[in-house]
Design a protein around this ligand. Structure first.
Ligand code: ADP
Length: 670
């Protein structure tokens, strides 16, 4: 019942029968021993291919169809007795079933013959092992029925060769044709032309060599292998079919080539069969190698494509530059950003020219310094700078560059990634400005509060002084002058004036350092901390700080925090003074010993001090947001340390603020 339900379509069965009978006709044309059906047995290969391709449950049907084909073939071409024909077919069916089972078992299902290992396994099992069965049964039958005087031992090798050749020629090609003919069936015009040219050469060479004009048949190999290389299994299938047909035509039409004694006929035929077997085997091997090669190429192309897609779709601008500075690759995102392609970057196609064209003028020095250092050291680098977009707008970018090396460690190219951080930088800047505004507002508020309380505290004794002065005036102007009362009022005036002076002293004490907080301190540590504190601000404002502290300085008794406050104030003033400079911004800091003092100089390359006489006065400022207290407080701190703070012109330009602090003995005395 289950076998019945697996019956193939009748048309397919009929087609197999027809192909089987045709195969028999071909075998007759090329038979090895006259009167026997020992020959290139294509029907065996055909049946095996059919069984490999179909489900084992339908095999009985196909074997039955094969049997009908065989009996018809025997009837038409070989005229063997019916029992012998049935026995021979039994051997052939066994061969096909065993071959199909072995191939399915060891090459997997469906059989694709996609690598060399599979093909070799296939050749061994289907063309090597399976024909042993048909050769054994067939040769035994020939001897048993004494067909044309064949013995088992003389027939067996011929039978095996014939069946193996049949399997080699038909089975793999039938498999490939049925399984993958449609795949990649579209050929370009150039490929069609190539296929036709190969076909013509092949036909010509085959005809000439088989008809005896060319010295030996193997001359057919180059065009056969050419077809297999360029068109893999399809090329091999078509050329082998052509070769088989030509061979049959020549053998049939030129029968006298095989005349002579039986032995030499046999030898010639065996050579012909071997030739066909070797051609089929070679074509198969070359086809599979070519297919493997094409697959490998395709996989490589695919992985290159996906890698490129990955790079192109990453949310970053990627570009590459050769070690000699030649630009070699811009990703799509980077091309869109800068508005040029590598090819179009003519004239600026080398790194430095290109960078000069797109980096913000204020950032060029920093960029070329960092890149130059990184290239010289062969080490990765990263930095933040502005880059011009295609529309001329400068945007903040974080650039990361790293070298790519070959197996010898030599740099083959530099890979650069640029991340757009414009939003973040602007938000940070906004935040900083807001913070500054808040600080200024609270400074102003506390100043207003301080002023109010000073006014309040000083106002009371002043008002009392004014009132008492009027009273004193009255007592002295009276007739007679009341000296007693006048004296009392003068005493009150003195008391109130002292009270006012006290208020002022208390306020001054706020800015005075207490001597307890002074310690003997090494100056290099003080400077290092200040540089650290100012590093972020100076970097942000693109100012290079050049600090030099003499190494053999003696320690000084100072209030560390207050002296640092002075340094920070002077440095910040210098940095602010260079804000508008488009030139290189350098802030100098020099600490050295001069006689019995430590002298600290802070120099800048700004426009210089406009009002040198006024800058140390409290509340004097030329800045919109300034409070004018910085230098006043600095001077009072320095003076509290028994030192001196003054201003000079810096050479070639800018301002230089200098303060000198006396060494320990004098400071302690102070
Ligand atoms: P503020 O910084 O609030 O203005 P300062 O006491 O620090 O108060 O400075 C007072 C003034 O001195 C500044 O407004 C500026 O005009 C001038 N000044 C200070 N330092 C420098 C400098 N390095 N270069 C030019 N002018 C300076």
């Amino acid at each position: 019942m289950s076998v019945w339900s697996h019956r193939p379509r009748l048309l397919h069965l009929a087609l197999l029968i027809a192909a089987y009978v045709l195969g028999c006709a071909f075998a007759k044309a090329l038979r090895l021993a006259p009167g026997t059906n020992i020959s290139i047995w294509l029907p065996g290969g055909l049946l095996m291919a059919t069984l490999i391709l179909t489900a084992p449950r339908s095999w009985p049907w196909w074997i039955l169809a094969g049997c009908i084909g065989e009996l018809l073939g025997q009837l038409l071409f070989f005229h063997s007795p019916l029992p012998a024909a049935l026995l021979i077919y039994g051997g052939n069916a066994l061969e096909a079933a065993a071959g199909a089972w072995l191939v399915n078992r060891f090459c997997g299902r469906p059989v694709r013959l996609e690598n060399l290992q599979e093909v070799l396994l296939f050749v061994l099992l289907a063309a090597g092992v399976a024909p042993i069965l048909s050769a054994t049964v067939g040769s035994a039958t020939l001897e048993w029925f004494s067909v044309k005087g064949q013995t088992f031992t003389s027939a067996w090798p011929l039978w095996w060769v014939g069946d193996a050749t049949g399997v080699l020629i038909v089975t793999p090609l039938a498999l490939v044709v049925f399984q993958s003919w449609r795949r990649d069936a579209e050929l370009l015009a150039a490929r069609w032309i190539e296929a036709c040219v190969i076909g013509m050469i092949f036909l010509g060479v085959a005809a000439l060599s088989l008809s005896g004009y060319l010295p030996f048949a193997y001359i057919i190999m180059p065009p056969l292998l050419w077809a297999a290389v360029r068109f893999d299994f399809k090329g091999a299938a078509v050329t082998l079919t052509l070769l088989g047909l030509i061979t049959a035509v020549f053998t049939v039409s030129d029968a006298d080539r095989f005349t002579g004694d039986a032995e030499s006929q046999r030898e010639k035929q065996i050579m012909l069969h071997l030739f066909l077997a070797i051609s089929a085997f070679s074509a198969l091997i070359v086809a599979v190698i070519s297919r493997q090669h094409q697959r490998a190429l395709e996989t490589l192309r695919q992985s290159e494509r996906s890698l490129r897609e990955l790079v192109e779709t990453l949310p970053a601008h990627i570009w590459c530059v050769a070690p000699d500075g030649k630009l070699i690759y811009f990703s799509q995102q980077f091309r869109d950003f800068v508005g040029v392609d590598v090819k179009d970057a003519e004239g600026t196609s080398r790194l430095w020219g290109f960078l000069n064209a797109i980096v913000h003028p204020d950032d060029r020095i920093a960029v070329s310094t960092v890149f130059g250092r990184s290239i010289a050291a062969g080490e990765p680098c990263n930095l933040k700078h502005r880059l011009r977009r295609f529309d001329g707008e400068f945007r903040w970018i974080e650039t990361l560059a790293a070298p790519m090396r070959n197996s010898d460690g030599a740099i083959t190219q530099w890979n650069v990634i640029c991340l757009d951080i414009d939003g973040e930088v602007r938000t940070e800047e906004e935040l900083r400005r807001a913070r500054e505004r808040v600080t200024r507002a609270s400074q102003a508020a506390s100043l207003a509060e301080l002023s109010a309380s000073i006014a309040h505290e000083v106002n009371q004794p002043l008002a009392a002084i004014v009132a008492n002065s009027h009273a004193c005036d009255r007592w002295l102007s009276a007739e007679p002058a009341n000296l007693e009362r006048a004296k009392i009022t003068v005493a009150r005036i003195i008391r109130d004036a002292n009270a006012a002076a006290d208020v002022v002293s208390r306020i001054r004490a706020l800015f005075k350092p207490s001597k307890q907080s002074r310690n003997l301190t090494a100056f290099d540590g003080v400077v290092a901390e200040v540089l650290d504190l100012m590093a972020e601000e100076s970097a942000r404002r693109r100012v290079r700080v050049e600090a030099h502290v003499d190494s053999d300085l003696p320690p000084v008794a100072i209030d560390r925090v207050q002296i640092q406050q002075v340094l920070i104030n002077l440095m910040r003033n210098g940095i602010e003074a260079m804000d508008a400079t488009s030139d290189v911004k350098v802030l100098g800091l020099r600490v050295r010993r001069v006689a019995d003092a430590i002298q600290i100089e802070v120099s800048d390359r700004g426009p210089g001090v406009e009002f040198p006489d006024k800058i140390f006065e409290p509340f004097f400022t030329t800045k919109g947001h300034g409070m004018g207290m910085g230098l006043a407080i600095c001077r009072s701190i320095v003076e509290a340390h028994a030192g001196r703070l003054w201003e000079e012109r810096n050479e070639p330009r800018g301002a230089k603020f200098i303060f000198a602090l006396p060494l320990e003995a004098k400071a302690a005395a102070a």
